[in-house]
Design a protein around this ligand. Structure first.
Ligand code: NAD
Length: 709
């Protein structure tokens, strides 16, 4: 028989007990199936305890309970809606049965009480919170709704509209906000929490207020602010196409408001079963799991990484300035070297501007911004380079220049120093040939703008040592970025997969597609901007160069035997936003931001390289652009460019804003089903190799397997 592993019961004398959540061998309390089973058994044993006068609920961890065990969702959500609803109802009933024990129950909330952790507190009669506690129902961020009574108990406690606002935002609330809303009854300093909660319990046991609270909780919701609720529901409706959970929560609250608690809980479970089966829930749960995997890998890198106390950046341009700022802002001072004083001044000003923006936005004090600026030491020579632990090279994208610069700096630093190149396209293997110690050399591909973009590709060349890769990954993490380790190849991981998408776009335009229509279809799909607008943002000259270079490296899938729209635009000097015209025409608004307008001249220019215009259905547009992305992502996985589907999908989400509700190219393929992906590819086979599924994809389609296990 397994021993209880999550809940301890400690007698407090006079018929009072403490139920303490203390999950064995874990830093946090989660409500996994085992813990809920323990709670069920405990409740059954307490129900007939005639000596019992009251229950105090506590946690022995730093946080009360952080929520359900999300790793259990994957298998659960594979079942049918009805099965999920039935399972959920069974678990939710445990919370009700516990809360209905015939004695008062007081919960002491320390740290976080989130999701199921908050719902168990909501099932009790009183809640006392530590002043630094935070409570909330973040389920919507996983694409689902609270399933253990959150849509039922919270509105009965704080009102339907405030409850919907909390649930739809998913944000944890401070103890003070919870007190003000009426979600907790008292807030005390952490050191007094247990004693205060126990005192509340003893007082409650001598009165009958708890019984009145309980009957309110068990009935229907009385009147509520219908206008405020309707306004919140309308907001939820707006995003419901891709993110339906907030709307589903609103509907569950509304339907449950007019019936008693237990009937409302049935409605909640049914809604939970439905929402758990949506692709969005599958994608967002997968993203959570992917993030955990990346964090775990990060801890692994930390074990072999060399310590970094000081860094150096070569090149004070857009990227160098951003990298220096990101490093200094996270406590790693940097030397920033360039070849001319004006260039150096530009980089310093760029870093100062980044700090000023933080101050203006109220996210940073001026003193802190000054300290960051001072931690970036500009230099025109290699003075003090013997003190640095890592060097990030961000000079112009030119193989000869980069090789010379890397060889030069290698001679000025300690032999254990890791050299990283922020090249966007050059081969790490080739750059490494310039070095005496290629084992210490690695690619470190930041995205622009550096302070905003969360991804860093860490590219291993053929000779890169584990320690060098881990050190740079650790440095990226220190800057607050998510590092993903990838193998050296043209375009690395993200730009290679993105180029497959661009080639799909260019072929569609060549075949007579309307780029504005394509933009609209891809934005409706969920991309932050359509591919034509994206070209305008990147800059046509840059994009032409990148697409040309990457497409040439993968001719079997990316060959374009036609003059394509980007090349045509670039040749005509339509560089996009930076020149005021590209696919669209740009004017500035009163804040200097570019405003996009249609431009007949762009259409006329493209007509010279296009087949006669013809309409494409949105579904075909999506397939023509997304299928090559899936094929390229699968190819990268098969070639070992990244280790796991999780890393590929996270790179696309963090690097290029892949729509989160599809979870990345490989999760999107899983959601469609590999058989459907292969079938759709085959239907477009005449368009070229980009639409040819890999042998592995065909095997997966036949076997009915998925990328994400
Ligand atoms: P940039 O032209 O803004 O800056 C390059 C800087 O390097 C200039 O200040 C130049 O004076 C300096 N420089 C040239 N030779 C040098 C040397 N020998 N020693 C020190 N400094 C030297 O370029 P950028 O956009 O910042 O790009 C830098 C690198 O980052 C390139 O390899 C580029 O491909 C890569 N990158 C750029 C982006 C982007 O969006 N801009 C994104 C990812 C990677």
């Amino acid at each position: 028989m397994t021993q209880p592993a999550s809940i301890r019961v400690v007698a407090q004398g006079d018929g009072f007990i403490e139920v303490c959540f203390d999950r064995c061998q874990s830093a946090v309390n989660t409500l996994d199936a085992h813990t809920i089973e323990e709670l069920r058994a405990l409740t059954a044993s307490l129900r007939d305890d005639t000596a019992l006068r009251g229950v105090l609920v506590t946690s022995a961890k730093d946080s009360f309970i952080v929520g359900a065990d999300i790793f259990e969702f994957t298998a659960l959500f594979d079942q049918t809606c009805d099965e999920i609803a039935a399972f959920n109802a069974g678990q939710s009933a445990v919370f009700s049965a516990f809360g209905d024990l015939p004695v008062p129950i007081v919960v002491a909330i320390n740290g976080l009480a989130l999701g199921g952790g908050f719902e168990i507190a909501l099932a009790a009669d009183y809640r006392v919170a530590a002043d630094d506690a935070r409570v909330g129902l973040p389920e919507v961020s996983l694409g689902i709704i609270p399933g253990f009574g959150g849509t039922v108990r919270l509105p009965r406690l704080i009102g339907a509209a405030p409850a919907l606002s909390w649930i739809a935002s998913g944000k944890p609330q401070t103890a003070a906000a919870a007190l003000e809303a009426g979600a907790v009854d008292a807030v005390v300093p952490l050191v007094q929490l247990r004693a205060a909660a126990l005192a509340t319990l003893r007082v409650a046991a001598d009165g009958d207020d708890w019984l009145r609270r309980r009957s309110r909780r068990q009935g229907a919701i009385g009147d509520f602010d219908h206008d405020a609720f309707a306004a919140l529901k309308a907001q939820a409706q707006k995003v419901a196409g891709h993110y339906p959970a907030a709307l589903t929560a609103a509907e569950a609250i509304e339907a449950g408001a007019v019936v008693a608690r237990d009937a409302a809980l049935v409605l909640e479970s049914l809604a939970f079963g439905r929402i758990a089966r949506t692709p969005t829930a599958a994608a967002l749960v997968q993203l959570f799991i992917n993030e955990q995997l990346l964090k775990k890998k990060g801890r692994g890198y930390a074990e072999i990484a060399r310590p970094i106390r000081r860094g150096a950046v070569l090149g004070a341009g857009i990227m160098g300035g951003g990298i220096a700022y990101a490093s200094a802002a996270r406590g790693v001072p940097v030397l920033m070297k360039d070849i001319t004083q004006p260039a150096l001044d530009l980089g310093r000003n760029e870093a100062r501007k980044l700090g000023s923006r933080q101050v203006a936005a109220g996210r940073m004090q001026q003193a802190q911004a000054n300290a960051i600026a001072e931690a970036i030491v500009p230099t025109l020579d290699y003075q003090n380079f013997d003190t640095v632990d890592v060097v990030v090279e961000a000079v112009v994208e030119n193989l000869t220049v980069k090789k010379a610069v890397l060889a030069d700096v290698e001679a000025r630093v300690r032999p254990d120093v890791v050299l990283a190149s922020n090249t966007s396209s050059l081969s790490i293997a080739e750059l490494g040939t310039a070095l005496q110690r290629p084992g210490n050399f690695v690619g470190m591909h930041f995205f622009n703008p550096v302070p905003v973009m969360p991804l860093v590709e860490v590219i291993r060349g053929p000779q890169t040592s584990d320690a060098a890769a881990a050190t740079v990954a650790g440095y990226a993490a220190r800057m607050g970025k998510t590092p993903v380790l990838v193998r050296d190849c043209a375009g690395f991981l993200v730009n290679r997969i993105l180029t497959a998408y661009f080639v799909g776009f260019l072929r569609l335009i060549h075949d007579g597609g309307d780029f504005e229509m394509v933009d609209r279809a891809m934005e409706a799909f969920g991309w932050p901007m359509g591919p034509a607008t994206l070209q305008d943002v990147i800059g046509m000259d840059t994009s032409d160069h990148v697409v040309r270079f990457i497409a040439a490296a993968y001719p079997q899938r990316m060959r374009m035997d036609f003059t394509h729209a980007i090349a045509q635009m670039a040749a005509a000097g339509r560089y996009g936003q930076k020149s005021g015209r590209g696919f669209y025409r740009y004017a500035s608004d009163d804040k200097g931001r570019p405003v996009k307008r249609s431009d007949v001249e762009a259409g006329a220019l493209l007509a010279t390289v296009q087949a006669p215009p013809r309409p494409f259905a949105d579904a075909e547009i999506v397939d023509r652009l997304m299928l090559p992305m899936i094929v390229e992502a699968s190819t990268c996985l098969e070639e070992g460019i990244a280790d796991t589907p999780a890393e590929i999908d996270m790179s696309l989400i963090l690097g290029i804003g892949f729509p989160r509700h599809y979870g990345g190219a490989l999760k999107y393929a899983d959601l469609l089903g590999l058989a459907a992906v292969v079938e759709r590819c085959d239907a477009l086979a005449a368009l070229g190799g980009g639409y040819r599924p890999t042998a592995q994809m065909r095997r997966m389609a036949e076997a009915g397997t998925r990328f994400h296990g």
